[in-house]
Write a protein that binds this ligand. Structure first.
Ligand code: ZN
Length: 152
């Protein structure tokens, strides 16, 4: 797929995140982190998430390499989850997976994705679904790690 097939608005949002990635970097060692890859495209992503005392996400940082969509998706995901509870962050990942399966999602769920709603257009292209969803699967893995043995 060429990005040219996307609407101008969504393309601009994705390119902005790819060219000016938000929350790129690492947190101190000991913070929960997970690395995942998308071998079909060569995308790789390491995500760290830090919870505050109230169990909200106070920081999410990522490093990685790969295609524009995978890197933009990681940037958009970290912006969307910062300040959210674990449950709300999980809900965002669920929304993306519902979009990837072609299911209808509510306007409220779509709006909660923030710039990440631009992925809605990408998810219409089966060849790029893994690129768009990598960051969100990685998020789910990190949240599972953070909540192992603890209630959300
Ligand atoms: Zn990719």
């Amino acid at each position: 797929m060429g990005l040219a097939k996307l609407s101008r608005l969504y393309r601009a949002v994705i390119l902005d995140h790819a060219e000016h990635p938000r929350n790129r970097g690492t947190l101190v060692t000991g913070t929960a982190g997970v690395t995942m890859t998308n071998p079909t495209c060569g995308d790789a992503l390491t995500l760290q998430v830090q919870l505050g005392p109230d169990r909200r996400i106070v920081a999410a940082r990522w490093i990685g390499h790969g295609c524009t969509i995978s890197q933009a998706s990681a940037s958009m995901m970290t912006v969307a989850v910062t300040g959210k509870s674990v449950a709300a962050a999980r809900r965002l990942a669920t929304t993306v997976s519902e979009l990837a399966r072609g299911q209808a999602v509510s306007d409220a769920d779509l709006a909660a994705l923030g710039d990440g709603r631009a992925l809605e257009a990408v998810l219409d292209f089966p060849a790029r679904i893994k690129c768009a969803t990598l960051a969100w699967w990685t998020l789910q893995r990190v949240l599972n790690q953070l909540t192992e043995g603890a209630a959300d």
